[in-house]
Design a protein around this ligand. Sequence first.
Ligand code: SF4
Length: 72
Amino acid sequence: MKIIVNTSACVGHARCQHVAPELFTLDDNGYIATTSFDVPPGQEALAQRAVRACPEGALRGVDGLVPRSRLR
Ligand code: SF4
């Protein structure tokens, strides 16, 4: 599973990190600090909870490989 982040939609609620601090890293201003990352095996349910917790819909969980064109 991969998490894709729409960084332009992130407004720094930090709910993703509150739900899954080991998966979601924020920058010094409280915005998510990555555009995508692979979820470690066994952490998928936690990652999905964090995706659902984002009120801006800035996070998306994708199974399998992601075409490069969709990583923007
Ligand atoms: S919960 Fe959503 S808006 Fe808030 S920091 Fe995480 S990705 Fe950004």
